[in-house]
Design a protein around this ligand. Structure first.
Ligand SMILES: Nc1ncnc2c1ncn2[C@@H]1O[C@H](COP(=O)(O)OP(=O)(O)O)[C@@H](O)[C@H]1O
Ligand SMILES: [Mg+2]
Length: 402
């Protein structure tokens, strides 16, 4: 199933673009699901329908749903959560704070994605379009499976062991309440499997993120950073949507002439900054874009040359190249700046920090045995070179990208 997620700065037109994409795809006969993953659900307003937490028919081939992340969380993570609330309150924490804390940072986002994964697996749809919350929340959302997978792999067996074998002993020793045996096994099963599926879904060849921007520098900058960070996590972007472009007639009108000229310039900048991603233009409409008819017209304008569910650009993934006796890891990082990059190898993992985001990549065994000899950023790719480990150096080596 094809999955497209729309992200961008607040107010640029993500919900409008996502809805227009869905309406246009359905018009072309694709069985389409529109998912609102922004807790400020406005998909219903744009579609002019009241939506709920179950998919609801909108047009012949189009369903839409607003994921209720909190309800999902209680349903799936309920038992483990109750235990955490009990534990926190036992430690003297205010009940309300304990409730909040037990939701775990990022848990709501995970639930949203797990819901998307469930719909994807149902086989009922050819195409799912997700209207995400603004950029930072989206980044947290899509990079979570990678981060959570690693944390859970360590945490869950520990908790499981504590709950199963160690509980009877531990009960006698520790003063806080301990979970019943199957609490974590259930969470374990659901979360670990779900996370693994999600991780491969998000980095898979059928998933793309599209960035919605308007012709304004601050908006473009934010999305450019997102492009870099998504690449670090190997989540493919396949297009940029440039929204609210003045129509060509504006170039002839005195008041709009300069504005139109600036927009044309900005468009060229956007094309250069995000190359090789295609830039799809969406016109500034006369009025707000709400209701199926307006969305259909907007979708037709946006996808005049390509299909809404097409893979518009193949994304680069991390690859390993052999250079004589050495090996080079080639990490796509479009738009990255070398002074904001940090590369460290610890044992079999390469940790790359890019601005505020960090990813640890498990290296293939033959590469893990080598040491980092250099790291260079060139033409949107970080090239980390590995050479045979020298006995003098230990398992750890650090290099800063030049
Ligand atoms: N191309 C456009 N032409 C005219 N109005 C637009 C266009 N794109 C979005 N809008 C309007 O701008 C407002 C914000 O759009 P929305 O899609 O809700 O943004 P976001 O989801 O990014 O916060 C809405 O009122 C919407 O109707
Ligand atoms: Mg929105």
């Amino acid at each position: 199933m094809r999955l497209v997620l729309y992200t961008g700065k607040g107010g640029v037109g993500k919900t409008t673009t996502a809805a227009a994409t869905g309406v246009r795809a359905a018009e072309l006969g694709r069985r389409t699901l529109l998912v609102s993953a922004d807790s400020a659900h406005s998909l219903g307003d744009v579609l002019d329908r009241r939506l709920g937490s179950e998919p609801q028919r909108v047009t012949e081939c189009l369903d839409a749903v607003e994921v209720d992340a909190r309800a999902e969380l209680v349903r799936k993570w309920g038992a483990a959560r109750e235990f955490l609330v009990e534990l926190f309150t036992h430690q003297g924490m205010d009940a309300v704070v304990a409730e909040e804390l037990a939701l775990l940072p990022g848990a709501e986002e995970i639930m949203t994605l797990l819901a998307v994964e469930e719909y994807a697996r149902s086989g009922e749809y050819d195409f799912t379009v997700v209207d995400c919350a603004p950029t930072d929340a989206t980044l947290r959302l899509v990079t979570l499976p990678d981060v959570a997978n690693r944390a859970l792999k360590i945490l869950l067996p520990l908790m499981g062991a504590l709950a199963g074998v160690a509980v009877p002993v531990a009960r006698a020793v520790v003063s806080f309440p301990l979970p019943e045996g199957d609490v974590f096994r259930e969470a374990d099963r659901l979360l670990l499997r779900g996370m693994r599926d999600l991780g491969s879904r998000l980095t898979g060849p059928e998933t793309s993120v599209r960035m919605v921007v308007t012709p304004e520098r601050m908006v473009v900058e934010e999305s450019r950073r997102a492009h870099t960070e998504l690449s670090l996590f190997e989540i493919g972007c396949d297009a940029v949507v440039l929204n609210r472009l003045l129509p060509e007639q504006a170039s002839g009108e005195a008041f709009f002439k300069d504005w139109y000229r600036v927009q044309t310039e900005r468009r060229r900048e956007v094309e250069e900054l995000f190359a090789p991603l295609p830039v799809l233009s969406a016109p500034l409409q006369r009025d707000e874009v709400t209701g199926i008819d307006a969305l259909r017209a907007h979708g037709r304008a946006l996808f005049s040359k390509v299909d809404p569910d097409a893979l518009l650009c193949e994304a680069d993934r991390i690859r390993y190249e052999r250079c004589g006796a050495e090996v080079e890891a080639v990490v796509p990082l479009p738009g990255a700046e070398s002074d904001k990059l940090d590369v460290v190898k610890v044992e079999d993992e390469l940790t790359i920090t890019c601005g505020l985001r960090r990813r640890s990549i498990v290296l293939p065994r033959r590469v893990a045995a080598l040491d980092v000899s250099s790291a260079k950023l060139h033409d949107g790719f970080l090239r980390v070179r590995f050479e045979s480990a020298t006995p003098a150096e230990g398992a750890m080596s650090a290099k800063r990208a030049k």
